[in-house]
Write a protein that binds this ligand. Structure first.
Ligand code: RTP
Ligand code: MG
Length: 371
């Protein structure tokens, strides 16, 4: 594997690859008009880059049935594809950059908030599908941007760590998603002002200004600064799962983490109920293994622990090993104690953002003893 294969460029689509804003705007206008609602330029600015469910909620409030939501979303997307069909044009610099990055051996993925039919139409018309090893649509994630979920999922599927990913974005919510996922970000001012995209590592007015060298620079930029800040104190939730507690492995597993210098700041034994299990694994809702996962995690008591330490999240993920014990590196907890992809002994938070959410699910503030 060359060095570049361990790095990736993750692309947003609307506003980065194609100038589709006008067609999204027109199709929302047309669709909302049919339900008697006026959709203004200002409305559009506010919702740009959000997923359909979030846009419809923003316009109609929470009180609409699932059927109504689906009918509106469907009508909007049909209108969008009708309006853009003969007008799909790549924005300046996109086709060359996609090809050059591919040629340089980087991995690439497309992460868009839109449905797969739109992605198919646009990537098919432009003949660019083969540049992407993975395509993530708005329906592959439970949270749209600014949540980092989509970008993190792409990085995981590509097997590239977030800090080795460069996201190319045009929207404020997209830049936020990239940065909160721990990724680098190049923002192009196709739809938003440079001021509003200031959180990006590099801001350009056109992708013609970006080449492979620039992407490499962005990946190494502020390395020293990041190395300093990467030595940060973090907390992570760890669950010792039913298969491990049943086999009396709690002590052995805790030992692995403590040996790495991680400190227990919260711990309890509990039998999770379905409601807690569903909230904890909400990101996996709708996936084929979701029900089995909920049944499994509620099948016996578990030990919930909050560990604290320098870079605790990454360190814990490394100590646990890959999700599937058969693929986990020798010496990791899952390789040594896991049975199969479900009975994989432990859970650890996968990002600082999720760690905060998960810890709050299991522990009250007065149940954490630090310092
Ligand atoms: P965890 O959340 O439990 O720490 O595991 P992870 O981050 O390594 O993996 P994740 O993708 O979050 O998946 C959560 C759990 O779902 C089960 N799973 N089954 N049958 C399957 O293809 C499959 N994929 C995932 C695993 O038990 C995994 O730990
Ligand atoms: Mg996980």
């Amino acid at each position: 594997m060359t060095d570049n294969q361990t790095r990736a460029v993750l692309w947003d689509m609307d506003g980065v690859i194609v100038d589709s804003g006008l067609y999204h705007m027109k199709s929302w206008q047309e669709t909302f008009h049919q339900t008697g609602i006026t959709f203004t330029d200002d409305n559009f600015k506010h919702v740009f880059g959000m997923r359909n469910d979030e846009i419809i909620r923003a316009m109609l409030g929470k009180d609409f049935t699932q059927e109504k939501f689906e009918a509106i979303a469907q009508a909007k997307e049909v209108a969008f594809r009708r309006l853009i069909k003969d007008n799909v044009k790549a924005l300046p610099g996109v086709l060359k950059l996609l090809a050059d990055i591919n040629e340089a051996g980087f991995q690439q993925a497309l992460v868009s908030s839109t449905p797969m039919e739109n992605i198919d139409l646009i990537t098919g018309t432009l003949g660019i599908k083969h540049h992407f090893q993975h395509i993530i649509s708005g329906y592959d994630v439970t949270e749209g941007k600014p949540s980092p979920q989509g970008y993190l999922l792409a990085a995981r599927r590509l097997g590239v760590s977030p800090e080795n990913c460069v996201v190319i974005e045009d929207a404020v919510a997209g830049v936020r998603a990239a940065k909160s996922g721990g990724m680098k970000c190049i923002a192009v001012t196709n739809t938003h002002s440079a001021e509003s995209l200031a959180e990006a590592d590099l801001i350009v007015s056109s992708l013609e200004a970006v080449n492979v060298g620039v992407v490499k620079q962005v990946l190494t930029v502020n390395k020293a600064q990041e190395e300093r800040s990467s030595n940060r104190m973090e907390r992570s939730l760890v669950l010792i799962k039913p298969d491990a507690t049943k086999r009396n492995l709690a002590g052995a597993i805790i030992n692995r983490f403590e040996q790495r210098g991680l400190k227990i700041v919260g711990m309890k034994l509990l039998h999770m109920d379905k409601a807690l299990a569903k909230r904890h694994y909400a990101v996996h809702e709708g996936k084929p293994f979701f029900n089995a996962l909920v049944d499994y995690i509620t099948s016996a008591p578990i030990v919930a622990i909050v560990f604290e330490g320098q870079n605790a999240i990454g360190l814990i993920r490394k100590t646990m090993g890959a999700t599937d014990p058969a693929k986990a590196e020798k010496g990791t907890i899952r390789a040594d104690f896991g049975v199969d992809i479900q009975n994989n002994a432990v859970h650890g938070s996968d990002s600082p953002e999720n760690a905060v959410k998960e810890i709050a699910l299991f522990f009250g503030k007065n149940e954490i003893c630090s310092g």
